[in-house]
Design a protein around this ligand. Structure first.
Ligand code: APR
Length: 335
């Protein structure tokens, strides 16, 4: 999964490079800057002293010393002044310059904190949006895994309205599933009039049913099509290329080529759903694709209900869906 939003302490991340939200002097400070210098030890500061600072929006790279990674990329975010002083452009530049340095250092994995969203006051949800959009743009052209590290849940809040909307959607459905207790189901079944098997059913009685059901040949043909065959068929029907599809699904290239080369490959449920979202399948097509991977969307878990919410509302933005899944403590798509 090329971009992952995780809750962690960035100084613990075992990646090729972590990014530090520094200040122009590069001589340390509080927040994540302080935590990184503390964990790396004094040699990091000694190296930073040789860099003669860094301009806002710029980035510089050093060793990582006692940290469990290879490099530290120091970038200086903008101080939030209300949004009318080019803050967004400078923040975008922090992510771009840092990713360019990581690529130059042949990093395969990089972890970012939410730059400027602490002491510098950048509103956390906007800071996250800039991070996700800028990193996604870079990943559409480059192969790398990027972690956006959230240190405290408060910094990861989807819009209140969307949060309430999804909460109601879950309650309506989740409740249905859970009021229908087993005893109620058995009682209802016993109350249902049993069909009278004494009357042999004439073939003609089945005619309407037979007419509605697909022909046996069609049904077998549908059964024959595997998950990967339906996935590739849908990619063609949508006029997409393979790479457009798996990048939009936030799935890495290696996993996609495994699915493409093995017609009977069975993906995980989040992966199957990520493809359904990338292809913007309807709810019916999504259920069909999932069934071919051996899964179903169920109202007994919030993850599935949130997916259903976004498909019903025609919102296929995988990052907005992941932000919602994260806000409801669910695993993320494309994992
Ligand atoms: N791991 C991951 N994220 C962290 C950690 C950590 N150990 N500690 C803090 N954060 C998060 C904060 O919750 C915030 O969301 O990093 C984000 C950035 O906050 P700051 O560290 O305050 O950085 P910033 O807002 O960019 O301000 C930079 O603060 O520390 C000083 O020297 C620094 O002057 C500079 C200014």
């Amino acid at each position: 999964m090329p971009i992952q939003i995780v809750r962690n302490d960035i100084t613990k991340m075992k990646v090729d490079a972590i990014v530090n939200a520094a200040n122009n002097s590069l001589l340390g400070g509080g927040g994540v800057d302080g935590a990184i210098h503390k964990a790396a030890g004094p040699k990091l500061l000694a190296e930073c002293r040789t860099l003669s600072g860094c301009e806002t929006g710029g980035a510089k790279i050093t060793g990582a010393y006692k940290l469990p990674c290879k490099f530290v990329i120091h970038t200086v975010g903008p101080v939030w002044q209300g949004g009318g002083f080019g803050e967004r452009e400078k923040l975008v530049s922090c992510y771009r310059r840092s990713l360019e340095l990581a690529k130059k250092a042949c990093c395969e994995t990089v972890a970012f904190p939410l730059i400027s969203s602490g002491v510098y006051g950048y509103p956390k949800d906007q800071a996250l949006r800039v991070a996700v959009d800028t990193v996604s743009e870079f990943l559409s052209e480059n192969d790398m895994t990027v972690y956006i590290v959230i240190f405290d849940k408060a910094s990861y809040r989807i819009g209140e309205k969307l949060f309430k909307d999804i909460e109601e959607y879950i309650d309506d459905r989740y409740a249905e599933e859970h009021t229908d207790s087993v005893s109620e189901r058995i009682r209802r079944m016993n109350a249902a009039p049993m069909p009278d098997f004494s009357k042999s059913i004439q073939y003609g009685d089945m005619a309407p049913m037979a007419a509605a059901a697909p022909s046996l040949a069609d049904a077998v043909k549908q059964l024959d099509e595997s998950f990967s065959e339906m996935l590739l068929r849908k990619i063609d029907e949508r006029g997409m290329t393979d790479s457009q599809c798996y990048k939009k699904a936030n799935i890495d290239r290696k996993l996609f080529s495994k699915i493409r080369s093995d017609r009977l490959y069975k993906p995980s449920k989040p992966t199957a759903i990520a493809f359904a979202i990338a292809l913007e399948l309807s709810l019916g097509e999504t259920k069909e694709l999932l069934m071919k991977a051996g899964f179903a969307l169920s109202h007994s878990n919030k993850f599935d209900i949130i997916i259903e919410y976004f498909i019903e509302h025609g919102n296929y933005n995988i990052f907005e869906i992941n932000e919602a899944l994260f806000a409801f403590d669910q695993s993320l798509l494309g994992a």
